[in-house]
Design a protein around this ligand. Structure first.
Ligand code: KG4
Ligand code: ZN
Length: 355
């Protein structure tokens, strides 16, 4: 069964064709990064406008890349929750038109379920229940995932998402947007112990996160370091490294990343231990982070747990994960009507909860 999957929940116009929930025949993404870069973050109004420009072309490209036509497609799936409302509506309107014209079943999908599903597409040995850490620009969630795609939300962020703080810290440091990959790369050249940034809620005993305190600490630190001339911007040299009165951008990146990753790893392991899950899956844009992957793997290995993460093309927003989970939902009987609407909030807690 071939499903066309559409995701326009944020700043990527993403369309894919997936066979039987796992075989990715095409996975096409039109990135809007250049449009939003000038603003240091995603501008919702511009995102909607770029989606409407790109959507038909990207659908066509996805079909061509998969070497199929609409006569080969069995259903149309679209992210209709959660996300930027204007952006979601473009994908939903396109999916409805396609489903109507080609007389195909329509499925509205939760974007977070897509992210959670991404690991299942590539890891044949993934078992249930497992604990999934979803970390992206809009979400930070720890979810227990059960057979039949049933979920128990263990915790989430009370303020900023992990990717959001990466992007904001990159902005304070004048590094550009999106900041996650840039900070990840800089951090590899910095000293993670140079500055002790706070680890909010690390020892709260639950699975809640709070990242805005780390973000604010970094901002104050950077402002003060710039005022007092302690911060050295630009290329790091051995001379700077030897001078203890000097802090480099790389040190700030590494110290900030150490704080965020420490909390994410600590709580994920705590969740795996408490639920008895032997597997932790990582997903969402921040799952691309090299330090997070390595730290979580190392920490999990100590307690005999395994860590899975998908390839980059399935970590960040994409249509394949939407077509993939839609296949499972189709088997479970899900069909939506042409009155399908978009929902900016659509929490995962409301999707098939465990009993
Ligand atoms: O999943 P995604 O593509 O979109 C959302 O649903 O939000 O995630 C994008 C986020 C951005 O905040 C970006 O800075 C972050 O993922 N990101 C990273 C890395 N690559 C992307 N964060 C940390 N380290 C990375 N290597
Ligand atoms: Zn996402």
């Amino acid at each position: 069964m071939k499903i066309l999957g559409i995701d326009t929940s944020c700043d990527e116009t993403a369309v894919a064709v997936v066979a039987d929930g796992r075989e990715v025949l095409s996975n096409i993404i039109a990135s809007q990064v250049k449009t939003h870069q000038a603003y240091g973050g995603v501008v919702p109004e511009l995102a909607s406008r770029k989606h409407i420009e790109a959507i038909n072309y990207i659908v066509k490209k996805a079909l061509t890349a998969a070497a199929v036509t609409f006569s080969d497609i069995d259903a149309v799936a679209v992210t209709n929750r959660p996300g930027l409302i204007g952006a979601l509506l473009v994908g939903v309107a396109a999916a409805k038109s396609l489903a109507y014209c080609h007389k195909l079943p329509l499925l509205g999908i939760n974007h977070i379920e897509g992210h959670i599903y991404a690991n299942f597409m590539v890891h044949d040995t993934l078992t249930f229940p497992h604990v999934c850490l979803t970390v992206s620009g809009g979400h930070t969630l720890l979810v227990e995932v059960h057979e039949g795609w049933k979920y128990k939300v263990l915790g989430g962020t009370q303020d900023d998402a992990a990717g959001e703080v990466y992007d904001k810290v990159a902005k304070y440091l004048g590094l550009g947007f999106p900041g996650g990959r840039i900070i990840d790369e800089l951090a590899q050249k910095g000293n993670p112990s140079a500055i002790k940034f706070p680890r909010p809620m690390r020892n709260s005993g639950d699975y809640q996160f709070s990242f805005s305190g780390i973000k604010t600490s970094v901002r104050y630190f950077v402002e003060k370091a710039r005022r007092t001339g302690v911060l050295v911007e630009g290329e790091r040299t051995d001379v700077k490294r030897a001078n203890l009165d000097v802090i480099t951008i790389e040190d700030i990146a590494a110290s900030f990343q150490a704080a965020v990753v420490d909390v994410l790893v600590y709580k994920s392991l705590h969740a795996a231990k408490a639920t008895g899950a032997r597997t932790i899956t990582l997903t969402g844009g921040v799952a691309a982070n090299s330090h997070l992957r390595a730290s979580l793997k190392a920490a999990a290995a100590q307690s005999g747990a395994e860590v899975y993460y998908p390839p980059l093309s399935l970590c960040t927003d994409n249509g394949a994960m939407i077509a993939g989970i839609a296949y499972q939902k189709y088997q479970q009987g899900l069909r939506d009507g042409l009155s399908l609407n978009a929902d900016a909030n659509g929490s995962i807690a409301a999707e098939s909860p465990t009993a």
